[in-house]
Design a protein around this ligand. Structure first.
Ligand SMILES: *[C@@H]1O[C@H](CO)[C@@H](O)[C@H](O)[C@H]1NC(C)=O
Ligand SMILES: *[C@@H]1O[C@H](CO)[C@@H](O)[C@H](O)[C@H]1NC(C)=O
Ligand SMILES: *[C@@H]1O[C@H](CO)[C@@H](O)[C@H](O)[C@H]1NC(C)=O
Ligand SMILES: *[C@@H]1O[C@H](CO)[C@@H](O)[C@H](O)[C@H]1NC(C)=O
Ligand SMILES: *[C@@H]1O[C@H](CO)[C@@H](O)[C@H](O)[C@H]1NC(C)=O
Ligand SMILES: *[C@@H]1O[C@H](CO)[C@@H](O)[C@H](O)[C@H]1NC(C)=O
Ligand SMILES: *[C@@H]1O[C@H](CO)[C@@H](O)[C@H](O)[C@H]1NC(C)=O
Length: 920
């Protein structure tokens, strides 16, 4: 952390700052540089108040009393009167950096007794006296960088708890911050960018009782003189940072000898224009336990043999970004503990210089080395013994380097690694064009082989990877699509778990049976993307039961899934039940066979963007019940129906389906819009901007979220109404037909039911008892037979008729008989035929009398039984009756149909049972 901080500081001061700003601008993108909306007042959150960048000239008095952190940086404070902070006695952290404060008031810490961190960076504090900080006993961090400090007396004396003190960039003329021992808790002291050039013997004497001091930063301090014993008071020092201080080799030697008696562990000597190292430069460090040495960015071109012989404890040596010309057997001599050696861009070829050379056995002294980074280096040749002796080497990174020897790798090229238990070999971007049989056969422990970004142009027969039985990852992407495979390509790597062949294969490389992947039962990750492959076999993935990720994007697989494909669609995904990620973007797919994705119950990510998919078959995604991520953007999808998408969208966390020509009709989009509106677990980026309707015209280019779902809901009642009314009409027709043809039957059964419950008669019992007969039958002589046959048998003990032919008392005048018996009958029943209308007796007298009786007694007592259809007009003419004068139930018709006779009887009995009282 410390180092990064320094890098940044140094860069800010140099001219490269502008370059960095520009680079940042492009990396972050212009939109990130647009200023955030300027805040108008302090932001208070979790007891922290941020009042920075508000042009304030005083501390706001109205913040919550209980804040613990106050940021007043980048304002216009010229002083901080302690009273202005008295409302916030709980402050632990106060940042007043980047103001114009000239003085620290001694009462500040009195008012803020808990203050832990005080940041005064970038102010104009000049005189600093003992009283100014005399109450700051709790202070742990004090930043005073970039002021104009002039120390008077012992200003830091009271800081018993201070751990971090930063007085960098103060133009201090001495490292001596006091004369009495003080700062007993100090851990980190930053004196960088000050103007002193000498370290005197007693400069650090004020730290004699600071046993915890570990880090001293003297970056860019142009030391010229170190008095012997200058580090004596700080013997426990672990880390010394000298970056950017151009002190020259002799002063470094001196520095090292001064460090001799210390606990120095980490030494950073970056950017010091240290062009050469001599065999005595680090001699002074011989007695130390230095484990980390950073010599990067020094433009170093020469390392004298034996330069590092003194550093037997060194574990990490960073020589990156130098200009070393030659490494010899003697260069790394003595580095017997070294574990990591970074030489990235340390050996480079320029127009003016020759290609650097690494001698045979150069690395032999590095028996403990585990990681060798030769990234971006140029070396004339990988000779037979170049890496010999690296008996602990686990990782070798030669990426982006140019070694002519790597153009064609043979069994000799890497033979110097035979004694190394190498597990990771990085040959990315090393211009390999040919790998000969047995090239890696000495790397028995190799588990990761990186060959991306090369120019390999050959058919892999398998022999190239002979001996790589332990390899678990082979990365071969971006080999210019010139690699061909055959069925045995990977037989020597049965442990392979990750295989990447993206943008490497020739288009026909996979049209093989048996499949080249057949031996790889442990394969979990297979990248075949960007290969323009058009032909694969249904058996390509057979046996890959552990395959989890399959990348097939940017190929040409559309034909394989067409239903019109000769021999049917090629279902190459069957059997890979463990698959979790499938990427098939940009394949020109316009169809997905309904069986293509069957059984993929573990699939959590499916990408099908940039295809030509339009209407998808129902249930094609129905097995994808674990889907989390679905990408379908830039297809031709018009409708999103539940039959297709309900299952896969059930538990999505990310949906990307923009830029499809959605059809915004109820049928196509209603379900989707409703789903989008209701989902609270799925992230759908750019939903408003990128999901547009294409049809119909009214919605063209509108967001699908503008689709009016209510317009679909309104149709529902209409549909219901339509259905209801249709049903009603149909039922009416049926009922009408029924009634027309079977109505009598219905009525018959109805009557039976009613009468079962209520009895035939609605006349009250007294009414019945008043009369002797239930009905007086009037009929024509011609109808006697009918009456005899049809009416008389209906009589029983509850019902009796008066029938002239039978019941007339002999001798009684007919007239009298009629009058008497009609009175004694409750009803008068006319059996109406044409004959009756002609019968004078009936026509005149009987009818008159009957009528008279009806009117007189106000009885509703006439029942008409029609044996023939008689016109109402005639009826009135002869009997002075109309059908409409009677209640409908009192008008009966003798049925032609024999079946209906019982119903007729039923009705008759009801008519006879009706009350005679006029209904109110
Ligand atoms: C600080 O005080 C405010 C009320 O003034 C209160 O809402 C808040 O919870 C307090 N915060 C803490 C950390 O006590
Ligand atoms: C340093 O190198 C010189 C020759 O350049 C040699 O004479 C001298 O002995 C070496 N010193 C050590 C300590 O290896
Ligand atoms: C390397 O592999 C060999 C066997 O081939 C084995 O004995 C040795 O322990 C391995 N080394 C490491 C560091 O894994
Ligand atoms: C697959 O991996 C397992 C261990 O995860 C191992 O035991 C097995 O031998 C491997 N299969 C093959 C064919 O190497
Ligand atoms: C839905 O997905 C989450 C992970 O995002 C998972 O934890 C949960 O079990 C899933 N629910 C169902 C019903 O599959
Ligand atoms: C989305 O849901 C809100 C309430 O959750 C509702 O008011 C709104 O009308 C809905 N919009 C659509 C397009 O369904
Ligand atoms: C999402 O909405 C459903 C109901 O629509 C509710 O049961 C569930 O708790 C919600 N989940 C979250 C994370 O808000």
């Amino acid at each position: 952390m410390q180092r990064q901080h320094l890098v940044f500081e140094t860069m800010c001061t140099s001219r490269s700052l502008l370059t960095w700003v520009i680079i940042c601008y492009f990396i972050m993108g212009p939109c990130h540089c647009v200023a955030r909306p300027k805040k108008r007042s302090c932001l208070v959150q979790d007891s922290r108040a941020d009042c920075s960048h508000l042009s304030l000239s005083a501390v706001p008095p109205d913040l919550p009393r209980n804040i613990t952190s106050l940021d007043m940086s980048h304002n216009r404070l010229v002083k901080i009167p302690p009273e202005s902070l008295s409302p916030y006695p709980g402050l632990l952290y106060l940042d007043v950096s980047f103001n114009s404060i000239t003085h620290i008031n001694g009462s500040l810490c009195q008012i803020l007794p808990l203050l832990h961190t005080l940041n005064m960076e970038h102010n104009e504090v000049h005189w600093l006296k003992k009283e100014d900080l005399s109450h700051c006993a709790s202070l742990t961090w004090l930043y005073m960088a970039s002021n104009r400090l002039k120390l008077q007396g012992e200003p830091f004396f009271a800081l018993q708890k201070l751990k971090f003190l930063d007085v960098s960039k103060n133009k201090l003329l001495s490292a001596k911050l006091g004369s009495q021992p003080q700062l007993p808790s100090l851990v980190n002291l930053n004196l960088a960018f000050n103007d002193f050039t000498a370290l005197k013997k007693d400069d650090f004497s004020f730290l004699t009782s600071s046993p915890y001091l570990q880090v001293l930063n003297l970056s860019s301090v142009q030391l010229k003189m170190l008095e012997p014993g200058c580090f004596e008071p700080i013997r426990n020092l672990h880390t010394l940072i000298m970056d950017g201080s151009n002190i020259g080799t002799s002063v470094i030697s001196k520095l090292c000898s001064e460090l001799s008696g210390t606990s120095i562990d980490t030494l950073s000597l970056r950017m010091m224009k240290l062009l050469t190292l001599s065999n005595t430069t680090f001699m002074g460090l011989q007695k130390t336990n230095l484990t980390f040495l950073d010599l990067s960015h020094n433009g170093m071109n020469k390392i004298e043999g034996g330069s590092f012989q003194w550093l037997s404890s060194l574990q990490t040596l960073i020589l990156s970004d130098n200009n070393i010309k030659h490494l010899t057997k003697a260069t790394f001599q003595g580095l017997k503990s070294l574990k990591k050696l970074e030489l990235a861009s340390a050996l480079v070829k320029s127009h003016t210089s020759s290609t650097p050379i690494i001698d045979d056995f150069s690395f032999q002294p590095l028996g403990a080395l585990e990681s060798l980074i030769l990234q971006r280096t140029a070396v004339r040749e990988l000779t037979e013994h170049i890496f010999t002796g690296l008996t602990s080497l686990k990782e070798l990174d030669m990426s982006w380097s140019s070694y002519t020897s790597l153009k064609t790798i043979t069994s000799k090229t890497l033979v110097s690694l035979a004694g190394s238990p190498l597990t990771k070999l990085n040959l990315i971007g090393t211009a390999i064009s040919q790998i000969n049989p047995g090239s890696f056969s000495v790397l028995r422990n190799l588990t990761i082989l990186l060959l991306d970004y090369n120019f390999v142009k050959q058919t892999l027969t398998g022999k190239e990877f002979e001996g790589l039985g332990q390899v678990q990852e082979l990365h071969m992407t971006n080999n210019r699509q010139m690699v061909n495979l055959n069925s045995t390509s990977f037989v020597y790597m049965p442990n392979l778990r990750i295989l990447t062949l993206g943008k490497s294969l020739i288009a026909t490389a996979l049209d093989l049976n048996p499949s080249p992947f057949r031996p790889l039962s442990n394969l979990t990750f297979l990248d075949l993307s960007n290969n323009n492959i058009a032909n694969i076999r249904g058996s390509m993935l057979e046996g890959l039961v552990n395959l989890k990720v399959l990348k097939l994007q940017h190929n040409n697989l559309a034909r394989l899934w067409k239903s019109a494909n000769l021999g049917g669609p090629v279902l190459f995904l069957k059997g890979v039940q463990s698959l979790m990620t499938l990427q098939m973007d940009s394949n020109g797919l316009d169809e997905i066979p309904v069986e293509a994705l069957r059984g993929l119950n573990n699939l959590s990510e499916l990408s099908l963007s940039n295809n030509l998919l339009n209407s998808l078959t129902d249930s094609v995604f129905d097995d994808l019940n674990s889907l989390q991520v679905l990408r379908l953007q830039k297809n031709l999808i018009t409708s999103v129906r539940p039959e297709v998408f309900k299952t896969p969208m059930n538990n999505l966390s990310l949906l990307i389906m923009d830029k499809n020509p959605f059809d915004c009709t109820c049928e196509s989009i209603l379900w989707f819009v409703t789903w989008l509106n209701n989902t609270n677990t799925t992230n759908v980026p750019d939903l408003r901007e990128q999901y547009k309707c294409n049809t119909p015209l009214v919605y063209f280019n509108h967001s699908i979220m503008d689709f009016d779902t209510l317009s679909c809901k309104d149709m529902t009642p209409f549909q219901l109404l339509y259905i209801l009314s249709t049903t009603a009409v149909m039922m009416l027709i049926v009922i009408a037909l029924l009634v027309r043809f079977q109505g009598w039957r219905i009525q018959f059964f109805w009557n039976i039911v009613i009468n079962r419950i209520l009895g035939f008669s609605n006349a009250r019992a007294e009414e019945v008892q008043e009369f002797e007969y239930d009905a007086y039958i009037i009929h024509a002589k011609e109808d006697t037979n009918w009456v005899k046959r049809r009416m008389v048998p209906l009589e029983n003990n509850r019902c009796r008729f008066f029938w002239e032919n039978r019941d007339a008392v002999p001798g009684m005048s007919q007239l009298q008989s009629i009058v008497e018996n009609m009175r004694m009958s409750r009803k008068i029943l006319f059996v109406i035929t044409e004959n009756l209308l002609k019968d004078p007796w009936c026509r005149r007298f009987k009818a008159h009398h009957a009528l008279h009786q009806v009117i007189e007694a106000s009885r509703d007592s006439v029942v008409l039984v029609f044996l023939q259809d008689v016109h109402d007009y005639k009826l009135y003419q002869s009997l002075f009756l109309r059908r409409s004068m009677l209640r409908p139930c009192c008008i009966l018709e003798w049925p032609v149909d024999k079946e209906r006779v019982p119903a007729f009887h039923q009705k008759l009995l009801i008519a006879l049972g009706m009350t005679n009282r006029l209904q109110e």
